[in-house]
Design a protein around this ligand. Structure first.
Ligand code: NIG
Ligand code: FE
Length: 439
């Protein structure tokens, strides 16, 4: 049995509290233990409290001395496009000259250009690039990400992206020690761990986003038919995704088309997320409420009616200020109105090559505080525990509490507010996933 004792955190940010997403004033309650510590056994938190209490129970545990730094749950990034090939430097440069996202997409850039590069990438090049992305997340203190497909847009290319995600979290193959590893995996699984020898320590939750754009070679209705009759059944038969997402936007999928896809996905047992009201207010938030989605993401253009609909249907808003910033816009979603309405707000990076090329949750915290007037504490809750609930994992990750997975980060600062305050500066000192050092 492996055990670890984390000692002397200046602030151990536990987020302990009710076992549900946090709303209103609860978003500000971080459950901080000063000079805190925790005892970890077999990847899970066994004991958490003042450091001197933990020290009495250390036994033969390996000691991790936080030396007066902040220790908190690893960030949970609930909206990323982890798998793609190449970059969009040309789009970026065009935007720097004042061109707009939709204009660049029409001129041959945009999602479609990444689809071309992703389809053309070899298996090994794609995997290598995605492993690099995964490592960038760990370096920013993130331990779990949601990852969408959406840069394939054919049956085989979409499945390939989801299989890359699966491959990343499955035990690495091809080593000479297969048998030994298999038996170690078996024993790890017996104690509820399956991380051994994986391609990355990052935990990944897969989402099917076949409806990211209509491929150039197919008519819209024909493509929607393909999603419904071929993609969704194969994705669910192979258990390649937990969620289904759509890009509901002018020039992509309209409300009726989005509803059709989401309802089919739901029938097949997938939970729902959606890119809605990003560039135009098309009533996307209301649609997500109507289909009983888990989350409604973006919401830059959502008005009071949309917010009220989300509240009524208990849909979590996932706010993505990185994409507003990187697109050079100043229309941020109305976070304060959403918090006042009692929504369990989530913050995420929207990591993707077009509109949000960042894996940095601290940067997102900075934007949330400066541009959307969330407090640092609210932003931390939105990017850890609330995000975990939005991925149906609130019982396992997102806070540091007895029985939860020991997914945590040590940051090189003394006060959690520094994470949002010192922007664009690396502060990650160490990252642990299931009690094992990942960075
Ligand atoms: O979340 N809005 C749609 N999808 C991404 C952008 C993807 C891209 O430009 O490649 C987003 O912003
Ligand atoms: Fe996105």
């Amino acid at each position: 049995m492996s055990s670890l004792a984390v000692l002397h955190a200046s602030q151990l940010v536990t987020l302990s509290g009710p076992k549900r997403p946090r709303v209103g004033i609860e978003l500000s309650s971080l459950g901080i233990i000063r000079n805190g510590g925790m005892l970890i056994r077999d990847g899970k938190i066994e004991k958490i409290g003042p450091s001197d209490e933990i020290e009495k129970n250390v036994g033969d545990a390996e000691i991790v001395d936080a030396r007066g730094r902040v220790v908190m749950p690893g960030f949970v990034d609930a909206h990323t496009h982890l798998v793609f090939a190449g970059n969009r430097l040309d789009d970026f440069e065009r935007r720097s000259r004042g061109e707009m996202y939709e204009q660049i997409a029409k001129a041959g850039g945009g999602i479609w250009s990444t689809v071309g590069k992703t389809r053309a990438a070899s298996e090994s090049d794609l995997l290598a690039q995605v492993k690099m992305h995964a490592n960038w997340f760990l370096r920013c203190g993130t331990t779990t990400v949601e990852a969408k497909s959406g840069y394939g847009l054919t049956v085989e290319d979409e499945l390939r992206i989801l299989r890359v995600i699966r491959q990343l979290t499955a035990p690495a193959s091809g080593s000479a020690a297969d048998t030994i590893r298999d038996s170690r995996i078996a024993s790890k699984q017996a104690i509820g761990l399956d991380r051994l020898d994986r391609e990355t320590a990052l935990e990944i939750v897969p989402t099917f986003l076949g409806a990211h754009a209509v491929p150039r070679e197919v008519a819209p209705e024909e493509y929607i038919e393909l999603i419904i009759t071929e993609m969704l059944p194969r994705v669910t038969a192979e258990k390649l995704a937990e969620f289904c997402d759509v890009f509901c936007e002018r020039g992509y999928f309209n409300i009726d088309q989005s509803r059709k896809i989401l309802c089919e996905a739901k029938k097949l047992g997938l939970n729902l997320r959606g890119h809605v009201d990003q560039l135009t207010n098309s009533g996307g938030a209301k649609l997500m409420a109507e289909v009983d989605a888990t989350t409604a993401d973006h919401l830059e253009q959502t008005d009071e009616d949309g917010i009220a609909a989300l509240r009524k249907a208990n849909v979590q808003p996932v706010l993505l200020p990185g994409s507003v910033y990187a697109l050079g816009s100043n229309r941020y979603p109305r976070a304060r109105d959403m918090i006042e309405a009692g929504l369990a707000v989530v913050l995420a990076t929207d990591f993707n090559p077009g509109s949000s090329p960042t894996t940095s949750m601290p940067m997102i915290l900075s934007l949330a505080c400066t541009q959307m007037k969330m407090s640092p504490a609210e932003a931390i809750t939105a990017s850890t525990l609330n995000a975990a609930y939005s991925l149906n994992r609130g019982d396992k990750i997102g806070s540091l509490e007895r029985g939860k997975l020991a997914n945590f980060a040590i940051f090189d600062c003394q006060d959690y507010r520094e994470l949002a305050y010192w922007f664009g500066m690396p502060q990650t000192e160490a990252v642990y996933v299931r009690g094992e050092r990942a960075l």
